[in-house]
Design a binder for this molecule. Sequence first.
Ligand SMILES: [Fe+2]
Length: 266
Amino acid sequence: MTRILQISDPHLLVEPGTLSGQVLPAKNFEAAIDAIIEHLDKIYPVSAIVVTGDISDDGHADSYKLFRTQINRLNLPYFVIPGNHDHRETMRTCFSDLPTMPSGGKINWRHDFEGFVLVGLDTLICGEGKGVLGVQSLAFLKNIVAGEVVKPILIAMHHPPFSSGIQFMDQIGLGDAGSLAEILGDAKVETRIICGHVHNMIVGMVGNTIAISAPSTASTFPADYRDDAPVGFTTNIGGYMLHEFSNGFRSTSIDLACRTGPHPFY
Ligand SMILES: [Fe+2]
């Protein structure tokens, strides 16, 4: 059994950086790592962590350094893909020691776990909010799907291949979900997509594949589907996800809100 933990969209800025004067992402991320450390012995064993982009808010090397300081506290291997706020080449330099980091091109990678194959796909268009897999990432996935894969495939990418209903985010969504659906349609094994970007846990579909976006550790975008919905975020800190495969993929969302319990039933 392989169980992995997903963290998304920490949007780190080096302290005392604030997001739009409201959120201290470094403080929130440290609190998220504290909560995960506390949770780890209840969800043992966790094989690795995958981080689905917007690690940095400004793509600065110091924010990736800060990320590494925090994530290293978990003592687990981790995998990264870029989001629209990240800087691809700065990430490549700052994470050059990760075995999955390619020396050039898009940050696409594959790691074979006992229970499934984890594939990271780069959707970043430098300097833009919207994303695209493009020829390179689509070909990378197509090769894996057409190969000798007998294990299920879990695909991590930043931009969801479905619309979220949050219009200002859907305007900067994934441009080529149709091409992705076509490739996944040829898969002979079970597939699932995990992503970030929309700062909410949302379940959607691309072709016959379930796709799930993760909450952010930094902020939340309200589920307001009106045409005139205000463009902005709330300071809700979201959470993280767990994914595993056992007779099918199972994905669990864990929120980071303060609470009491568990309380016994009576
Ligand atoms: Fe984000």
